[in-house]
Design a protein around this ligand. Sequence first.
Ligand code: GDP
Ligand code: IMO
Ligand code: MG
Length: 413
Amino acid sequence: MADLIVGIQWGDEGKGKVVDSLAGQYDYVVRYQGGHNAGHTIVVGSRKVALHLLPSGILYPHCKNIIGNGVVIDPWALAEEMQSFENLQGRLFVSDKAHLILPYHILLDQAKEKNKQRAIGTTGKGIGPCYGDKILRNGIRVMDLKNLEVMKTKIAHILQELGYVEKLYGIELPSVDSIMQKIESVRPSIMPFIADSTQILWKAQEKGEKILCEGAQGSMLDVDHGTYPFVTSSTTIAAGACSGSGLSPKSLKNIIGVAKAYCTRVGNGVFPTEEEGEVGEWLRQKGGEFGTTTGRARRCGWFDSVAVKYACGLNGCDSLSIMKLDVLDGLERVKVCVAYEYEGKRIDYIPTDYNNVKPIYQEFEGWEKTCGVRSFDSLPSKAQDYIKALEEITKVKISMISTSPQRDDIIMR
Ligand code: GDP
Ligand code: IMO
Ligand code: MG
């Protein structure tokens, strides 16, 4: 069986910390979608690691890490990330079916953003164009690294088809030779890790080994169920774990949704509980809400239980992990959005016309300090009340509460 960690808001919920906190108990950690648009932070003592493509089990020597077929891989970004770790052979496997992000994807991502009336605010890493090519059946896969002659022919054809974008966007595409030269130089770093990762996972299941799937981004950024078009280009909800790894839906057991005790979003798009004033700035500064991948300031606001309940429905969450409770320490009052006002009525769901909802809040008394607390009973009573209220409002058990970036500062219930 496999367990699953999935983001419940707009990404950056603290998935990396949760996966790292649990990975010691697992044999495999599997990334199944997204690419190096993800930035998953792990803090152990004075060591801080930001992972983009490598799964968050990488700090445990016993743990095998899989980059599944649903991930889009910039091979140069992966090679660079791998340099920070030793002895990866035998504990990192890269799916032969995963698609490669190539230089033209990045150019296209950035050019499309510039050309849009309202930019999505992508990470500019080539994610959308690479998934686009996958769906168009124009993609170059990891397995293509095994035959560079064939790969070169495919890329030459793609560049020919893409010729029109040079004039449209005023950009110059790289030549096939320059791309192949770059690929040849990165190829030796990736080749030893290429594997049929689905077979590896099936064999692991047969042996009764434990698998943890690690989602990237968040449910509200899902290409189908998120705030389209201000979303990423992959299936970020639990369902993506199956298509992106080869595990069957029947193998998913414990699904844990990760959410902050408040809410953030990077990039454009609707965010009903956003606080643009003092409170937003407090959360940004105290929570260090600046992107792990792009350094951009994250938009900040209150916990939105309507959006969280929607995401829990999409994912079938067995429980929630509530992160960054300590960031709310010291606030006099804390708010939770419990419903929306829409067309003069109170609603408790997300309407199609999501841009025009106004949050309805329930207020809670603040508390002094939760930072570093490791047991529920040691939390200030007002913080306990807040957690219990979130549980009641969302109707999902809160099984973990995080009180600092450190690996061990987490309450297991
Ligand atoms: P991810 O993309 O979901 O893995 O999340 P990120 O790593 O992008 O962002 C979460 C940030 O919050 C990171 O800087 C973490 O180190 C930090 N973090 C995680 N849990 C806590 C917590 O409980 N308290 C505080 N203060 N920071 C946390
Ligand atoms: P982790 O895994 C937060 C956002 C971008 C943009 C939109 C589309 O660290 O939670 P893309 O480059 O994917 O085409 O951008 O999605 N986005 C994220 N926001 N956390 C992430 O990953 C994100 N990955 C993409 O900011 O709004
Ligand atoms: Mg992140």
